[in-house]
Design a protein around this ligand. Sequence first.
Ligand SMILES: C[S@@+](CC[C@H](N)C(=O)[O-])C[C@H]1O[C@@H](n2cnc3c(N)ncnc32)[C@H](O)[C@@H]1O
Length: 379
Amino acid sequence: MASIVTEALDLANRIDALLGDSSGALESLDVGTRRKLSEAARKLNLATEATGDTVHRIVHSPLQLPLALVGVETHLFEVLTKHGQQGATNAELASTTGVDPVLMKRLLRYYQSFGMVSQPADDQYKANNITSAMVSLGGRAGVPFYLGTLVPAFNALPEFLRNTKYANVTDGANCPWYLGHQTEKQAFEWVKERPDMMGHFMSWMVSQRDGLPMFLDVIDFEKELAGQGKHPGLVGRVILQDREEVIQQAKTTPIPGFQGIETQAYDFFTPQPVTGARAYYLRNILHDWPDHKCVEILKNIKPAMTKDSRILIDEMVLPERAAPWRATQLDLAMSSCFAAMERSRADWDSLLEQAGLKILKIWKYTDQLDDCIIVAVPN
Ligand SMILES: C[S@@+](CC[C@H](N)C(=O)[O-])C[C@H]1O[C@@H](n2cnc3c(N)ncnc32)[C@H](O)[C@@H]1O
């Protein structure tokens, strides 16, 4: 017993030393080691948390997102980042952002206690990795988008489930979204009518996977999918399809590098107009819909396919045990807003069978989300 105590204290001291190391040891870690350390520390944190701390952390968790938005909207995180290694005083930050100095001090006190900024001295504040994340496109778009769009649906989840006696949420026309927003508009329609949320949504779609590989980073498309040397150099067309308003935005504000991409407004609940494509690629499309709607989407592709065509479904394949936290929270977010879900291998088998498709192969390409490419063809 004594040795466990000694070991635990020794570990705590070593962690403190690593955190206090100003030579950049933590920053120099490669992505894989950094993630392993972060996940181990997160699990240790939860496994050792005192009951009182747990309750207070959870009951105050609804403060975190609104306070992140305050930091984003006042540009505090951005200003701190610009001050670099030298950092800034409370008075400097209050003056640049226009926030009352007394309020600024209280905000900074909160942010440092949750690791969102660093405080090396009584009146010195510095940006850290969390501050930088809040300044990234993902932070600037995801924070207002979630607070304005998804949180009302999340908050309605308990009442909705109580009312439906805890039935699984499978009806896209009757899910917590409508109760939370007191609306009759489906989520995509609701967002379309709000230009600010539409802008955040577009930026969020671009940035939400930052730091993760894309399937093309890990799978040799030409070798695996172009087929028996019939497509040397893969000369051909790439056509981006989405809803009209999304295509309009993609045309007016294209992502750098995608300025010339061919686009086509297309409703996937109608027959697929592009026939004979080698690949029909759907990333994070089916997770927005319950099974019966996914079947409609897939059945609209099938008649357009030739014998060389493949449907590439880029989605999570959730493991039966120890699903990652980034995946499980998205599953319940999909449930709240769309009566949809993230799916396990058994769920995919059952869904694809209903659409008259079978799985040829599955490639996993991220650990954070268990993202996979599911290659499907008609049965
Ligand atoms: C979760 S986003 C994924 C976007 C993109 N594929 C990606 O991976 O970043 C789902 C997309 O489905 C689009 N969508 C929703 N309903 C649609 C419909 N009926 N027809 C075509 N696209 C639709 C939305 O506009 C949105 O861009």
